[in-house]
Structures are given as C-alpha cells and as structure tokens.
Design a protein around this ligand. Sequence first.
Ligand SMILES: [Mn+2]
Length: 334
Amino acid sequence: MAAPHPSLQEIGRILLDAPSIVIASHTRPDGDALGSTIALADTLRELGKTVVAVNQDGVPQRYAFLPCASSVRKPGAVKELAGAPLFVALDTSSPERLGDEVWKLVANRSATLVIDHHASNQKFGDVHHVNQESPATGQLIYELIETMDWPLTPTARDNLWVAMATDTGSFQYPATTPRTFAIASRLLEAGVDLSWMSVALFQNYPFRRLELLRELLGTIRRSAGGQIASWSMSRELIKRLGIQPDDHDGLIDMLRSIAGVVVAASFEEEADGTVRISARSTDASRANVAQICQAFGGGGHRLAAGAKVQGTLESVSERFLAAVTQELDHDGTP
Ligand SMILES: [Mn+2]
C-alpha cells in the first residue's frame, strides 16, 4: 500500500484500485459520520465501484432525511461481501468506536483506510489520512473529490453540506476556515437547497427534545466559580421521556454558551452501568477536553470530546468535575 502519510491523490488511487469497498463510521453517528459515509459511497458508486455503506447503529431518525440515507445499512443486514473488500473507516478515532459488528463484517478485508479529523485518532488502519485542522471529515471528502476531479453528485453535495454544517456548529466553531466557506459556497452553487436543509437539520425536532431540555435545566450545576456548567441525564429520565440518543444532539451548546463558562459537560447514565460524558471547551489553552477525556478512557477534539466511564452518575460526574477543576486551577487563573 501507500506511504504512511499519503496525499489525497494517493488515497483516491487506492480507492480506484479496490475491487470492492466497505465504508463505515462511528456508532451513535452524527451528521459528519453519516454525511461523509453517504457522500463517499455515492461518489464511488458513480465511478462504477461496488460499495457497501454500514453503521452499527444504523441511521437515527434525526438523519433519515439525508438523501440516500437508506443506503446505509446495519452490518447484520449485509448478506454477502464480494471478495476481500477495502475497508474505509470515516470520522472514527479508535477501532472500538466502529463497533464489533462492523469489524466482524470486514474480517476478510484486504486493508483498512482511515480518513478522519480527530486529533486523538489512534491510526488503527494500514493507511491514514488524518487532518486535525479540518473541521469535518466531510470537508476532507470534498477535498478528495475535488483533487481527483471526480463528479460531485447531488447526493454527495447534500450530504457533504450536512457533514460540514453540523460539525462546525453551523459554521461557528473555531476550526471553521475560509476554505470551509469556499467549499460551502461551491456546494450552494452546485444546488444545495439551503432553506430546506436548514429546516430539516435545525427546525424539525421532536417535542420530547424540549421536554428533555426542561428536565435538564433543573439539574444544571455550576462549579469552579462559574467556569464549569454541567447537567445530568438519568436512566429514569431517558426512559420516561422515550429519549433517543440523537434527541440531545447539540443541547450541550446551551451550557457552553453561558458567559464565563470554559467547560460544559453533560453526563448520561447508560443502561450498561456506565456514564457517557460529553464535554465542550470554549478555550483550548485553558482546558483541552480531549486530553481530560483521554484520562477517562475517551478522546475527541480539543474543544469537543467524550468518554464512557464505569460507575454511577454521581461518582463519575464528581470525578470528572474534579479533574476539570484541577485543569482550570493548573492554568493559574482563579
Ligand atoms: Mn466529525
């Protein structure tokens, strides 16, 4: 295969040379995971390749509107794979995040190609294109398509828009660059229906999301002199309201957007006796949440990271808040 740090040209060549390809992204997929998966799969199919797109958790209701969403299957629904496929893992920093069933499906793969933008990427494949400067994996897929002079299909266009719009927090997060806007502009020129897209993405939530928010607001905790804001989601609450994992996508931004907050944290009690931590930082120089979450067995980006930790809601949140407080103290600011 190619050099350890292959160019997009080399990545494109590897994809073109593969007789068949399986593309997957991380469990509990977000807009970037699904958008890049569908966009790359559709582009390669347009080029005549045999492509299977999978996600262990399938496509959540929130993203069912994505063009060709139904082309992403759960691994169990894939009956047969032709030969030894090239396996492409998108937007996924560690092998565990793909899920066991995906690895089982690609047991006879010829090689693993990783395309990602997480700084914490563990380089678990044979060939890696990891660019942590990129605000979204979708932006890397666009660069690949442009570099290779491949056609931009309407499906790829719309899915790349969703990938970039969601992972940049509607083009607001610091990783958003002039290049991001240049690509967004090209996607709009190519025909993205912006108002339809915005309604589908941000103005079409189920009522239970608001019911959840009402409850979460009652659990808000501020610590470290208002520099940390957090809330907790108990199993009981999740069951009572019938909350789906994607129902609270982005709600944590409400905590992050409070004046003076450096770290926002959300704690979610899981059915398996673990607590899922989501953390956001407003200032990477004061609190790098990827680093803090790594100490808890997780990972992510400097400003957005997470972990899954064994323990009760109370014990895990106490430990995590203590670690964040220490990090903020360490910085020397009161
Ligand atoms: Mn991403």
